[in-house]
Design a protein around this ligand. Structure first.
Ligand code: GRF
Length: 212
């Protein structure tokens, strides 16, 4: 059987993209990275992806008159690469229903907080400012809202006294890199089912907190 294929959407630094590609290259997961799409030509992620030998395409919003044309261009690249799952990794745009309908339950995102707490930008700074003792990360399906889709996986990370936003961000990021490649492996294999908005994983993985 041929390997499942993912497409990764990025806008910035690309450290999650890199951790996914390295997991693939080390044979730790069973899928391939077919393509990486950046909506910013100068993103660090573009350089990183090229250095890792991943096929990268830049698709910029400003080159299209309308948002749906921009999103169609990205979706066409993903289709051309026969992608089974779309993986957002620091992709800084809200995708419209138009795009999401082309990949039903086939888009995942990672967010650096325990959703539904602290959606949107600067989740780690929101957590520090709020004074929570535990934050963490959430991997979820993308729906039409902001960071509001069905939750696949969460991992708690402590907020320590005196933490700066950056301290917390770095502590969470380490776990993002550890878990995102593995959770993608389960989802791209189709080893889950959806019970309303509850995601039930058919595979149990050691060290992971998943729904029952
Ligand atoms: C990560 O913290 C991720 O949770 C959030 O955006 C950041 C992306 O970082 N969605 P990177 O580009 O993967 O380094």
């Amino acid at each position: 059987m041929s390997k499942k294929r993912i497409g990764i959407l990025v806008s910035g630094r690309g450290s999650n993209m890199e951790s996914i590609v390295k997991a693939v290259q080390r044979g730790m997961v069973s899928y391939d990275v077919a393509v990486c799409i950046s909506d910013r030509a100068r993103a660090q992620a573009v350089v990183r992806a090229r250095d890792l030998g991943v096929s990268v395409q830049v698709v910029r919003k400003r080159d299209y008159a309308r948002k749906d044309a921009f999103e169609d261009a990205m979706a066409d690249v993903l289709d051309a690469h026969r992608v089974d799952l779309v993986v957002l990794a620091g992709f800084m745009r809200l995708l419209s229903p138009h795009f999401i309908r082309r990949f039903p339950n086939r888009i995942v995102n990672i967010h650096p907080s325990l959703l539904p707490s602290f959606p949107g930008l600067d989740a780690q700074a929101q957590a520090v400012r709020h004074g929570v003792r535990i934050s963490g990360l959430t991997i979820h399906f993308v729906n039409e809202g902001l960071d509001s889709g069905p939750i696949i996986f969460q991992y708690p990370v402590p907020v320590l006294p005196g933490d700066s936003d950056e301290d917390l961000a770095n502590r969470i990021l380490k776990y993002e890199h550890e878990f995102y490649p593995r959770v993608i492996d389960i989802i791209v294999a189709g080893a889950f089912h959806l019970n309303d908005r509850r995601v039930v994983l058919d595979l149990k993985i050691k060290g992971m907190f998943t729904s029952a």
